[in-house]
Ligand binder design. Structure first.
Ligand code: MN
Length: 497
């Protein structure tokens, strides 16, 4: 028996998918490989660089990701920050993990331009999702960002607000879109702290004071509810008080003239029970003990929120008339709310029977449900017996007809499918197009009618003295922008002759 380091033991213990011998060995191997690669490197905090890799992997484990994703989370900074190459990672860990690490390395190269315009931000988010053809890459990137935000205070002051703003504008909406409530809430509060420190302090003090005062009523309600539910022979998986996150509390307070007495879900008691019918029974029990507030019962089990969220919420007059919210849900609804798309790995790498039942249970999707839920549903049958097909299927294809290529400086160029280096050059600037002489894709020379692939870095070679495009380019360009420029330039040239 080899003695494992406590950090590695912790990581192994927090993995939610069943830890087969093979998975265990993979994690240990990736851990040791990464530790060796980053040896001697330090973070700004003075800690070993490697601690960041472990923290990222730990976050991935805690939201239920599988062993390959966790291994890639450990390895995520190796190609960029150490002499070890992607080729070596492929040799040691195989194609799948290599592709994940490569995807993260590529995303790291994108420069997010500073902008206030909403539509540009939306494009950036889409691009981010599209660049990472495999959704697991995005999830690793979120975990990476979460740990960087947790340690943001070690960055120079002028950098903090910029990173926090980027987190709020790009990463928070992506976490939200993927339904990973746990990561979204923490990223949001950390960004809030650094982008709006004054309001953060005010809201935090309001909440803390309110809690100090209200905690005992909260605990009393939990005890009374627990007792009565057990009397009815319903098994409680979990019952606890949850804190509303500071940023959403702030937004709510703004709507209520900063009057904390008018925020009813500041303290919520969460009750997790085995089945849907238990949920309704617990609702009845709750109302028997405590008077409900009229018009405040929300049944998101029958009518899920547009993002798929399911739960029953009710606002009650608790012990001594204290107003509080009670949220009732099943374990699966809970996992989905906290871990979103990630929760599906728990069910897919786990017991297949559960996975199948999971869909049978949910028959009440709304029109606007997230695309991935619909897709997951369609793939339901493929999953049985073939986990690989499931993972494959998760690759995002909302952006089927668009590709995104990067300039060597990290700017993103959005192009239609099958676009060529000529389209790319004209998308940068008409002069770049006119003086184009050659192109490289990911460092390799390509022909000018080459079809650019999503995520490639395209380098354009130009000659100063060349000012006229080639007529033949019109035969293969894909964008109307390039076509129009070429025509105009040729016409002008013909007139001159
Ligand atoms: Mn990192």
């Amino acid at each position: 028996m080899i003695l494992l380091k406590p950090e590695l033991k912790n990581l192994l213990n927090s993995i939610k998918v069943p830890l087969t011998l093979q998975r265990r060995e993979l994690i240990i191997k990736a851990y040791e490989f990464t530790e060796k690669a980053h040896q001697g490197q330090k973070r700004r905090s003075g800690e070993d660089y490697f601690s960041h890799c472990v923290a990222t992997a730990q976050i991935l484990a805690s939201i239920g990701m599988g062993s390959k994703t966790i291994a890639a989370g450990l390895l995520h900074d190796v190609p960029e920050d150490t002499p070890v190459t992607l080729a070596e990672i492929k040799k040691e860990f195989g194609e799948d993990i290599h592709n994940l690490v490569e995807g993260i390395t590529k995303l790291g190269k994108i420069r997010l331009k500073e902008t206030k315009e909403e539509y540009l931000l939306e494009n950036l988010r889409k691009m981010f999702l599209a660049m990472a053809a495999d959704i697991r890459v995005v999830i690793i990137k979120l975990a990476d960002r979460l740990h960087n935000m947790r340690t943001l205070e070690y960055n120079p002051v002028e950098k903090r607000a910029k990173i926090a703003r980027e987190t709020m504008e790009i990463y928070v909406p992506i976490a939200d879109r993927l339904g990973i409530g746990e990561i979204k809430a923490e990223l949001e509060d950390l960004s809030f702290k650094f982008t709006d420190p004054e309001n953060y302090k005010i809201v935090k003090k309001l909440r803390d004071d309110y809690y100090k005062e209200g905690e005992k009523f909260n605990n009393q309600a939990i005890r009374e509810l627990e007792k009565e539910i057990r009397n009815r022979k319903i098994k409680i998986a979990k019952i606890y008080g949850r804190a509303k996150n500071l940023r959403s509390l702030f937004l709510k307070l703004k709507k209520r003239e900063m009057d904390i007495g008018r925020v009813y879900d500041l303290i919520a008691i969460r009750i997790i029970v085995p089945t849907v019918s238990d949920c309704y029974e617990v609702l009845g029990i709750t109302h028997k003990i405590y008077r409900p507030m009229v018009g405040r019962i929300k049944d998101y089990i029958s009518l899920p929120k547009p993002n798929g969220y399911q739960s029953i919420h009710t606002t009650i007059f608790g012990p001594e008339g204290r107003i509080m919210e009670v949220q009732i849900r099943t374990q699966k609804m809970h996992d989905e709310a906290e871990f979103g798309i990630a929760s599906h790995w728990i069910y897919s790498e786990n017991k297949r029977r559960d996975w199948k039942n999971y869909f049978k249970e949910k028959e009440t999707y709304s029109e606007n449900e997230l695309l991935w839920i619909r897709q997951l549903r369609e793939w339901q049958n493929e999953v049985v017996g073939d986990n690989k097909a499931f993972i494959e299927g998760l690759k995002i294809d909302f952006f089927k007809n668009r590709i995104f290529a990067i300039t060597p400086r990290g700017d993103v160029i959005d192009l239609p499918e099958d676009a060529t280096p000529v389209d790319f050059a004209y998308a940068i600037h008409s002069e770049v197009g006119d003086s184009l002489t050659g192109a490289k894709a990911d460092g390799k020379m390509v022909t000018l009618d080459y079809k650019i692939k999503n995520g490639q870095m395209i380098e354009i070679m130009t000659a100063k003295e060349k000012k006229v495009p080639n007529r033949k380019w019109l035969e293969f360009v894909k964008t109307s922008n390039a076509r129009a420029h070429i025509r105009r330039r040729l016409k002008k040239n013909d007139e001159l002759i």
